[in-house]
Design a protein around this ligand. Structure first.
Ligand code: AMP
Length: 218
């Protein structure tokens, strides 16, 4: 099963990606998580990506597409390990969408579901500014809508929670501008596909989870 999650940052794609992955035995591939890890480790890719991530822009397509190709091929060669992929944050523009189709085709596969997380912009800003992420396992929380049991501590692994630099107000507005300019147009592209589904991302987390699970046949 190949699932693509679409929607602005802060709409809950990452949280739902983890639920779906666990439920259906899928592997989540999140370019944002990979890039943050590369930057933390100071790799060549991390250094090249840093200025784009920090300023709220998109990392150039050639770097992203190569990074994703390598990741998919590495995991795609080990089908016994999982039942497919969930892409969280990829594709983010039309050329990435086309590149993904080609990559999957070369593996004899294709997208089964593209799920668009719809949310009004003023809600997105609230969600991003209250988001906290685990330093160790990357799980996300929200100080109001999805708080950890113990403040500042990850309920899953005990790691310390932090606020991403790009979740601070000045970068949030830049990220939304990038989203509206580059990523929003691909919603139109996917909405014409028969595998497209839109969910109300401002709904209760469990209700969204149940809706998606039902649509995926679980
Ligand atoms: P995210 O964790 O998905 O919000 O991504 C964090 C940042 O990583 C984005 O603001 C971009 O700078 C970069 N990034 C993530 N995914 C992509 C992508 N598919 N294409 C280009 N840049 C990306």
């Amino acid at each position: 099963m190949i699932i693509v999650l679409l929607g602005a940052p802060g709409t809950g794609k990452g949280t739902q990606a983890n639920f779906i992955a666990e439920r259906f035995g899928l592997e989540v591939i999140s370019p944002g998580d990979i890039l943050r890890q590369e930057m933390k480790n100071g790799t060549t890719l991390g250094k090249k990506a840093e200025k784009f991530v920090k300023s709220g822009g998109l990392v150039p397509d050639d770097l992203i597409i190569e990074m994703m190709r390598e990741r998919i091929e590495r995991s795609g060669n080990l089908p016994a390990r999982h039942n497919g992929f969930i892409f969280d944050g990829f594709p983010r523009n039309l050329s990435q969408a086309k590149a993904l189709e080609k990559m999957l085709e070369s593996l004899g596969s294709s997208i089964d579901r593209a799920i668009y997380f719809h949310m009004p912009e003023e809600r997105i800003i609230k969600r991003l500014s209250g988001r906290r992420v685990c330093t160790d396992c990357g799980v996300t929380y929200h100080i109001a809508y999805n708080p950890p049991e113990e403040e500042g501590v990850c309920g899953k692994c005990g790691g310390t929670l932090y606020q991403r630099d790009d979740d601070k107000p000045e970068i949030i507005s830049q990220r939304l501008e990038t989203y509206n300019r580059d990523t929003a147009p691909i919603i139109d592209y996917y909405s014409k596909k028969d595998y497209y589904l839109q969910v109300d991302a401002d709904d209760d987390i469990d209700r969204i989870k149940d809706n998606i699970t039902r649509v995926l046949g679980g």
